[in-house]
Design a protein around this ligand. Structure first.
Ligand code: PLP
Length: 379
């Protein structure tokens, strides 16, 4: 195969594009919010919360400072704390475990399945007398089998809090991620499918009591009249970020559609390669609607492939720095989860974002094919 003379330059994630893709509208919004002096708990945040709740069809949405706070506040409102165990998937961001840790409970990481989502059998096996909650991560924009997890939770009287940081708009049997449990949490970190120009997060719930608790807790324990009625902290979503997210939410369905198109190109171009395992394609399973926060593949000779692509101008990412939660020995975990460990060693994220052209995705696929054609000596 012949390589074209000009190498592509495709970063794993194009941060400036979060701004430049909507630049004139965002400048308008920043000017408007600034001139109104509307910085904290203002109408743009109210509007964003209303629209977000409507988008996923829940009663309440609450904007908070980031996705990690969102999880911690939700766990706290569900009265999970000291002495409790919470089961999570080891293949998640450390933030999921940290939120559990910071409400005083103990995070219990378990195996994922071949779909890279929490393995329901492993959840069931990890339940003890101290288990109070399951915290599934709706990873890479795909929703877990919430019917099976719901049945386990019901059998053992456990609360479900979803870490849906990567899954806004993702659906399982037509129902949105973040709406299956007592609460669901989201992150608007710039590289997320709905990205702000900084940090941001939200909590969704249909439970009015939990909502009131969380509403107060994110703003110094104050109720709607500004009266302090309990302990709280400051974890408000900036009104300016909310105004920015209102712009982004308008284009969100189109962004998701584009991500699904990109996934479909990867699928078509790479599906025959025996050296790779791909995530499910967008049309593979009518029970799932995936939003492709990430396109996580498993690859033979992952590190060599990554270096080959890097040297040819293509950025990729090894998620979570190449470690599952239970492998973070500095946090005190001493555990072996062989399936997850083997998967993590092969896991690679290919570029997946709305700044990619079809040609970029073709270039990436071509380089991957070229790598394995060259590297037959490995096998
Ligand atoms: C991004 C992310 C978080 C944390 O969100 P922040 O807004 O960065 O605090 C938590 N869990 C998962 C799975 C994430 O991808």
């Amino acid at each position: 195969m012949e390589i074209t003379q000009t190498l592509p330059s495709i970063p794993f994630f194009n941060y400036p594009h979060v701004f430049t893709s909507d630049e004139s509208q965002l400048i308008e919004v920043i000017r408007d919010v600034g001139r109104r002096g509307a910085f904290i708990l203002q109408q743009d945040l109210d509007e964003f919360e209303r629209r977000l709740a409507a988008y996923v069809q829940v009663d309440y949405a609450l904007g908070v400072a980031n996705g990690t706070d969102a999880m911690m506040i939700a766990l706290r409102a569900a009265e999970i704390g000291a002495g409790d165990e919470v089961i999570l998937c080891s293949h998640t961001y450390v933030a999921t475990a940290a939120a559990i840790h910071f409400v005083g409970a103990r995070p219990i990481p378990v195996e994922c399945g071949s779909d890279h989502l929490i393995d329901p059998a492993a959840v069931e096996a990890a339940v003890t007398g101290k288990t109070r909650a399951i915290m599934p991560t709706q990873l890479n924009g795909r929703t877990c089998d919430m019917h099976v997890l719901g049945a386990i939770a019901e059998r053992h009287k456990l609360t479900i809090i979803e870490d849906a940081a990567q899954a806004l708009g993702s659906r399982f049997h037509g129902r949105a991620a973040g709406t299956f449990g007592a609460a669901g949490t989201f992150s608007f970190y710039p590289a997320k499918t709905l990205g702000s120009l900084g940090d941001g997060g939200a909590i969704l719930t249909n439970n009015e009591d939990m909502f009131q608790q969380m509403f107060q807790f994110r703003d110094h324990g104050r109720n709607r009249d500004g009266e302090v009625v309990g302990w709280g902290l400051n974890s408000r979503l900036d009104n300016l970020q909310a105004a920015i997210l209102n712009v982004k939410l308008r284009g969100y369905d189109a962004d998701v559609a584009r991500r699904r198109e990109i996934a479909s190109i990867y699928q078509t171009r790479l599906v025959e390669m025996s050296e790779l395992a791909l995530p499910p394609g967008p049309e593979d399973d009518p029970d799932h609607f995936d939003v492709y926060q990430n396109y996580e593949i498993e690859a033979d000779h992952r590190d060599e492939l990554r270096e080959f692509l890097r040297s040819r101008g293509i950025g990729t990412l090894v998620q979570w720095g190449g470690k599952a939660v239970h492998q973070l020995e500095g946090l005190g975990f001493r555990q072996r989860l062989p399936f997850t460990e083997a998967m993590i060693a092969r896991s690679l994220l290919l570029p997946m974002n709305t700044s990619l052209s079809d040609g970029d995705v073709d270039d990436i696929c071509e380089m991957i094919q070229h790598f394995y054609a060259c590297e037959t000596s490995y096998d």
